[in-house]
Ligand binder design. Structure first.
Ligand SMILES: [Fe+2]
Ligand SMILES: [Fe+2]
Length: 318
């Protein structure tokens, strides 16, 4: 990565592009802090897609029918694709995929806290689709208009696939809710366990989120964590009612004056412990990723060797 010295004209151009709500492209001059913020955010997002394959991948071999297995396989594959678009977007900022992966494995870059929770029952496949992909949609739809071009364009495709993910989860839960008493209990238990970690996906409360103001000024973020959390709660309550499940929050009630649901706060100490590496599955998730990265080394080497031999064959022919 080269250090670009700001020329007054370039900085003004950057500011004007942001003010017009236009896109910043990789070839454009950008402040180093903007580049760093984006690399951090896009990498964290890419890592979440790839690590997020693990909790659901856990159920592929145990899906109860061929149809359910095909749906789950397609969904987990989509997440791999999301990771790849996002690593590519990070590469346009001058980051290398190898470096980003090594930082993830070394614990120097994060991924979404939700993926450090285990998927303990098959109903979790449905709940993850409904709530986790649902929270991801709330977070990501505004990112389609983020100021950095490659990130925003990747998000447009990703959001279309996320909405399929959410529907498949909801449909699975609906099917279970129409099933036996044991299936309904399994769904309720899953929702009880994953509701609060889903609320944590929006990040800490606004007053504990020091980067939000700068990210909003740069058009990287367009809504605060608390705004998005509220949106998610408002969206989920009627869906829970239609499903016939209870959300495990005694403070949850409609507030006529605000035109929104009031709701309780997640356990933020638990959130910080998980983010700090001490969630139920942090060590397992990272160890699995590290092993997959090592096991795949020969594929990366072979692909590079093949590309190099094609290149020299082309040169020889010329
Ligand atoms: Fe995804
Ligand atoms: Fe998804």
């Amino acid at each position: 990565m080269s250090t670009v010295v700001a020329e007054p004209g370039l900085e003004a151009q950057f500011e004007a592009t942001i003010a017009r709500k236009d896109r910043i492209e990789p070839r454009d001059w950008m402040p180093e802090a903007y580049r760093k913020t984006l690399i951090r955010q896009v990498a964290q997002h890419a890592h979440s897609e790839i690590i997020g394959m693990q909790p659901e991948g856990n159920w592929i071999g145990r899906a109860p029918s061929l149809r359910r297995k095909a749906i789950l396989l397609a969904k987990v594959q989509d997440e791999a694709g999301h990771g790849l678009y996002l690593y590519s977007a990070a590469e346009t900022l001058g980051a290398s995929r190898d470096d980003l992966t090594e930082m993830l494995i070394a614990g120097r870059q994060k991924y979404s806290s939700i993926f450090n929770y285990p998927t303990l029952s098959y109903a979790d496949v449905g709940t993850v689709g409904w709530l986790v992909d649902g929270a991801a949609i709330c977070n990501q739809v505004p990112l389609c208009r983020t100021s950095f071009g490659p990130y925003g364009r990747a998000m447009i495709r990703i959001c279309k696939e996320e909405s399929f993910h959410q529907r498949q989860g909801y449909e699975l839960l609906m099917t279970m809710m129409r099933g036996t008493e044991a299936q309904r209990r399994m769904v309720q238990e899953s929702v009880d366990r994953l509701w609060w970690p889903s609320l944590m996906m929006f990040g800490p409360p606004d007053d504990a989120s020091p980067n939000t103001a700068q990210s909003m000024a740069w058009g990287v973020k367009t809504h605060t964590n608390d705004e998005l959390r509220q949106k998610f709660v408002d969206m989920s309550v009627p869906q829970a009612e239609a499903l016939g499940v209870t959300l495990p929050d005694p403070e949850l009630r409609w507030n006529e004056d605000r035109g929104h649901y009031d709701f309780g706060q997640p356990d933020w100490d638990e959130f910080w412990a998980v983010v700090g590496g001490n969630g139920p599955c942090n060590a397992q998730r990272v160890a699995h990723r590290a092993a997959a990265w090592e096991d795949g080394a020969w594929v990366r080497e072979a692909a590079l060797a093949f590309a190099a031999s094609e290149e020299s064959a082309k040169e020889a022919a010329a």
